[in-house]
Write a protein of this length. Structure first.
Length: 178
């Protein structure tokens, strides 16, 4: 399985959707992470009571962010998807953000997409079709989540699908160069 996930391209050639790999299902207090060296999902941490992931959370294969991990993506859809499932995802936005830990600041953007198979989100194609309240709630989750870990997550701005695609393309270049 490790080899297969490591070899996946970020975009599906037929649909042009992102091939998001789900690490942490919606509603989970457990934060999982894919360990590329061992080819397994590992438990990274447990969120305190009252905190859980608002949507399925995962990564975009074949990419690397400034934080040294694959780019993060939040996938909006009606039902929870099990860990390890690849979800064809249409990009709609990105929360550009800086995360500071131990005095060191790094970009740690959060891509946002909708499952291509979704019924409730099938008409959503752009950032302006999402509720501004939903964007604020997602930002608040990441601010709160990082705060409890002793990190500062500072959203810079929310932008649309084109910028999200550019960030993935930059993440592909970084992954291939490193």
């Amino acid at each position: 399985m490790a080899k297969l996930l490591d070899e996946l391209e970020p975009f599906d050639k037929q649909t042009n959707c992102v091939q998001a790999i789900i690490e942490t299902p919606r509603g989970s207090r457990n934060k999982y992470s894919y360990d590329t060296r061992r080819g397994i999902f590992t438990l990274k941490k447990v969120l305190p009571a009252g905190h859980s992931f608002p949507f399925d959370f995962g990564f975009v294969p074949g990419t690397l962010g400034e934080d040294g991990d694959a780019l993060d993506i939040l996938v909006l859809m009606e039902e929870t998807v099990p860990q390890g499932v690849m979800v064809l995802t249409r990009l709609v936005a990105v929360i550009e953000a800086v995360q500071t830990e131990n005095g060191e600041a790094k970009r740690n953007d959060r891509l946002i997409g909708v499952s291509a198979a979704s019924h409730d989100y099938k008409a959503v194609k752009s950032l302006d079709q999402l509720s501004p309240t939903l964007g604020e709630e997602i930002e608040h989750f990441f601010i709160s989540y990082n705060e409890m870990l002793g990190r500062n997550f500072k959203p810079l701005k929310r932008v649309g699908a084109q910028r999200a695609r550019e960030i993935i393309e930059g993440g592909v270049k970084l992954a291939r160069s490193g």
